[in-house]
Design a protein around this ligand. Structure first.
Ligand code: 4AZ
Length: 290
């Protein structure tokens, strides 16, 4: 009994420390809104346990996941909550849209069911990366400034942690990360109505370049690859713009990548390619804080 109490106390102390170290917002706020926590998976999920080869996420397991809907309320892409008024996505998802044509849905799980916790907000401003190149998918990152702030409730809608400059992931091959989305389960397949997740290991840029040589596709240092040599598990169409979340200390996840491109989905030796977010921190901060 005593040791259980000690364990519980140690757990509470640990929680308080990570609460303090993750403070990004108003530190004097003692309310549950604006809770200064990021990157914590929900749904009672432990550690890592149809995207291609994945499984259904637990409700609100990924409280940073958002869906982008078009004017007809059809799924356009994924996105990721990084601040109350900001989501990140891929430039290729945002290009050509006016801000009010895109609806961002946070707290979403099943696209066709209303669970009463979804937060739907239209865009106010769209920022496509000024060096985005559609043919090569270079700098495939964009930001949406929301017309209203999201409510962070500690459960259904919470931000992911941003990477730090030392999270440039080429130094972390084989790290297991998780990618999520409502995209298709195979190339040309139907989108999923329910949020899917799949664990994929990071691959070095060097290996990834070799994989795409035969496809005559360039993998730059600002891209990040993840997948299995044998294929079978991957992000796919309409997962684009969604998060590749990697675990750092504890059970806290940071935004390593945004789903960007690939050759088909889940094919052997053709990993998924992601925008490596750690390369874009100063661009993002300049826009968000500017
Ligand atoms: C796409 O078309 C797409 N296998 C996204 C990710 C991948 C392939 C295609 C990765 O949006």
């Amino acid at each position: 009994m005593k040791s259980l109490r000690i364990m519980i106390l140690a757990f509470i102390a640990d929680m308080q420390m990570s609460y303090a170290s993750n403070s990004t917002q108003n530190q004097s706020c003692s309310c549950t809104e604006n809770m200064p926590v990021c990157g914590v998976r929900g749904g009672g999920a432990a550690a890592l346990q149809k995207i291609a080869g994945g499984s259904i996420a637990i409700k609100h397991e990924f409280p940073w996941q958002a869906a982008l809907l078009d004017k007809k309320k059809k799924l356009l892409c994924g996105a990721v909550v990084i601040r109350q008024e900001w989501v990140a996505s891929a430039s290729h998802c945002l290009q050509g849209y006016k801000p009010h044509e895109i609806t961002v849905v946070a707290g979403e799980h099943h696209l066709l069911k209303d669970e009463g916790v979804e937060q739907r907000v239209v865009g106010q401003e769209i920022f496509v990366h000024p060096q985005y190149v559609a043919v090569t998918e270079e700098n495939d990152i964009g930001l949406i400034h929301l017309a209203q702030a999201l409510r962070f409730d500690g459960k259904t809608v919470m931000p992911i942690c941003m990477p730090t400059p030392d999270h440039l992931t080429d130094g972390y091959p084989h790290t297991s990360c998780v990618v999520t989305g409502w995209g298709s389960e195979k190339e040309g397949g139907d989108k999923s109505n329910v949020l899917l997740k799949v664990v994929v290991p990071l691959i070095s840029d060097e290996k990834c370049r070799d994989c795409f040589l035969k496809e005559h596709r360039k993998v730059t240092d600002q891209m990040l690859c993840a997948g299995y040599p044998q294929g079978g598990k991957d992000s796919c169409q309409a997962d684009s713009g969604g998060p590749l979340a990697c675990r750092k200390e504890g059970n806290v996840y940071f935004l390593a990548g945004l789903v960007s491109w690939g050759k088909g989905c889940a094919e052997p030796n053709l990993p998924g390619v992601y925008t490596e977010v750690a390369h874009y921190l100063s661009w993002m901060n300049a826009i968000i804080n500017g």
